[in-house]
Design a protein around this ligand. Structure first.
Ligand SMILES: [Zn+2]
Length: 259
């Protein structure tokens, strides 16, 4: 990890793309231990197919993007630094069209592509851990340092919380990615609408999402005009409906443990 300390209150961290990828790999190994993976091959192939199509239109560095599914019922998804993306099975149960799923995934890809985690690693290191950690990072570059950082950030849930500006940017860039990849941008707005309705009907199912994301009303309002200006693209596919039909025949996804 390269750190460039400038005087006093001003300090800039330069986390290289390679560092980010190394930290994300370590974090992902931890997530794999903590989160029940949903490993149905057809579902994973389906999600990865959408993911790879989206990634081809992502700006920024060529990250090794990967897509995993968590066997949780809550509507949520999250991105780790440098490539790993997790989608809760609940997204597939609650979404009514493929473009909604593509919207969620494009949003997460945008967080990675825009390097939000790198900025976050800088801020969190400086504000929460201060100079002791900075020193240990400097003196401990490479794998061990990355592992330590990843463990610390995961334990604090830092990876799951982006700033409002980052969220806004991920919506905007995500919308652009999904459209370029051929999906109807209305899918993103539609999913926020589902989240809004679910929060009234079953607050528990969206609680995790709201703890890490701005309220959907704000996001709908911002995206709606842009989306209706340029309609078009795939809204749904037979394949998505087949996956949904397949999922409901399986044992239901579990509830996420309360933190
Ligand atoms: Zn987000």
């Amino acid at each position: 990890m390269k750190l460039l300390a400038v005087t006093g209150l001003l300090a800039i961290t330069l986390v290289s793309v390679e560092d980010e990828i190394a930290i994300g790999r370590q974090a992902n190994a931890q997530v794999q231990k903590q989160v029940p993976a949903f490993s149905d091959a057809q579902t994973l192939n389906y999600l990865r197919g959408i993911g790879q199509r989206l990634v081809r239109h992502a700006p920024g560095p060529k990250y090794p993007y990967s897509f995993s599914a968590a066997d949780y019922r809550e509507i949520n998804a999250f991105a780790l630094p440098g490539g790993p993306i997790w989608i809760h099975r609940g997204v597939l149960h609650k979404a009514t069209s493929e473009s909604q799923v593509a919207g969620v995934m494009a949003h997460e890809i945008a967080h990675i592509a825009q390097r939000h985690a790198a900025a976050q690693l800088t801020n969190a290191t400086l504000t929460n851990w201060g100079l002791t950690l900075l020193g240990s990072v400097l003196g401990n570059s490479g794998g061990a340092g990355a592992a330590q950082i990843a463990a610390g950030f995961l334990a604090n849930g830092v990876f799951l919380k982006f700033s409002r500006d980052d969220e806004r940017e991920a919506d905007r860039v995500g919308l652009d990615i999904m459209r370029r990849a051929g999906w109807d941008g209305r899918g993103m707005v539609d999913l926020f609408d589902i989240l809004r309705r679910e929060s009234a009907r079953d607050p528990g199912s969206v609680e995790v999402f709201f703890s890490s994301h701005p309220p959907p009303q704000d996001r709908i309002a911002r995206l709606q005009a842009e989306v209706s200006r340029r309609p078009g693209g795939t809204r749904d596919t037979k394949q998505f409906q087949q996956i949904k039909a397949r999922l409901v025949k399986m044992p239901p996804p579990r509830a996420m443990p309360r933190q």
